[in-house]
Design a protein around this ligand. Sequence first.
Ligand code: BCO
Length: 567
Amino acid sequence: PWPICGSLHPHRRHLLARPFSRTETPQWGDYEIPKEFNFASDVMDHWARMEKEGKRDPLIPALWWVNDKGDEVKWNFQELGDLTRQAANVLTENCGLQRGDRLLLILPRIPDLWLLTVGCIRAGVVLLPGTIQLTARDILYRLQSSKAKCIVTNETSALAVDSVASDCPQLKTKLLVSEKSLDGWLDFKTLLKAASVDHTCVKTKMQEPMTIFFTSGTTGTPKMVLHTPGLALRSCLPSTRQVLKLTSSDISWCLSDPGWILSFVASVLEPWSSGTCSFIHQMPQFKPEAILKTLSRYPITYMTAAPSVYRMLLQLDVSSYKFPTLKHAATGGDALLPEDFEKWKKATGLAIHEIYGQSETGLTCAVPRGIKIKKGSMGIAIPPFDMQIIDEKGNTLPPGIEGEMAIRIKPTRPICLFSGYVDNPEKTSSSERGDFYITGDRGTIDEDGYIWYLGRDDDIIKASGYRIGPSEVENALAEHPAVAESAVVGSQDPLRGEVVKAFVVLTPEFRSHDPDKLAQELQQHVKKITAPYKYPRKVEFVEALPKTITGKIKRRELKENEKKLNL
Ligand code: BCO
């Protein structure tokens, strides 16, 4: 039975008071792989039918969106069905997109983003999500490397797109989501209103591309991680559903930016597979107080956020807030510190359940609801993944021995694992060793199958839940006249886990400059060149960088020194 919350606005009380059907989820067996699967027709339309048949309460929204100005949007599955069919028609009829064409989607957390996400799936258009922090140069790289035929964005990023579009000959359509209109851009809101609600959903084959996520590597530019509908089917499998145990009465809030796989999984696939309401709060900036107020004010039952978000919330007096409906908290994107687990539990009475995954793997390990929590462990592998710890030859290691965290891909590659890095067979094959896909993370496994994360095996930086490639930051720094050379590593940080730290050797003409001002100038410079979340929060000027005899920068040495300094 649900608690009745007296302080809740009367029109929301029904959401707490009425438990509804929890068992009508579309289900496949754990090892059953259909030939075709489309999340829109097989899952979203299933729930719309459940509403019509009285098996899901249509008054519980499927998407509940709010912002700071008091605006609110609530759509149930039937409404989402019509709107996403209209969105699919806009993509195919107005934008001229065909099955298999690629679309780059860069939008803040506005309802249209979810319409376009499902619209792409309905039409078989391959979705490439991007964070709104992307700069013109990031957008250019993504458009050129993906050969996307369409970009969808708001008026802020439209200017950046227009500054690079002439260098992207394959880009055919620019779709604007805004109250305003812009020359050269189609107007999504107007087209959506005029579009037909009739649309025949594509019957997507299991091997067809569905989404591509850009992810940072140790070297070079971000790589394109290709997923098939297997990623979405996975959310319907019985073993996956045991992890979150969401029901059609739940209201689930994922705070991750829509550019990341965490948001795709936790604000689209997981909630909607279970008929759960996906709650979204669009905030102009990240404000911990606003998050706590939202958790107290709305009947949210389930939240997912990166560990740094919990850490930032815990800097406030969390126990002075009441979260009358919250019954489950999850975290992913980075390792959760045991002390943050304790503090959150003390303040709210709730444990934080860890989820581990990557752009390549989606939900990989987790602490499912109801299993014993071992603080500091990211939980157990979730089928169909078999996660093992392996050595450099690809042999599995026994409990307690440190090695690389790896997913078994032979004899059967799990359907929900990425299919490869687009146009990059070398990188794809270098991510495999023997019978395994190697995650690049190090860890141990214990006798009960719990995985204990120990850190990255390479130079990738995990800061605030972001995966940051050092070379992307070094390349941005190299464009500043003050920088002769630089090396970028992760440096421990109490709030963000790690932050980006740049060791910079200055060019002679800048050596006499004020170091503090110069550091700030370099930080601003990086924010302009590439997505600002990557900027070096720490800058240290050095005479020289440690190098091997062949001239390769020893990032590892710098990282180790940082660790010792921060102990
Ligand atoms: O801290 P600063 O103010 O110096 O800089 C911030 C922003 O102010 C700034 N910025 C943002 N937009 C800008 C801009 N500057 C100039 N122009 C713009 N247009 O850049 C910095 C961005 O840093 P941030 O994003 O870390 O910001 P913030 O406000 O500190 O946010 C804190 C967090 C915790 C909310 C944020 O870091 C966050 O959302 N982290 C979680 C990331 C996440 O969701 N990861 C999951 C990835 S998927 C995955 O791992 C697979 C798991 C299954």
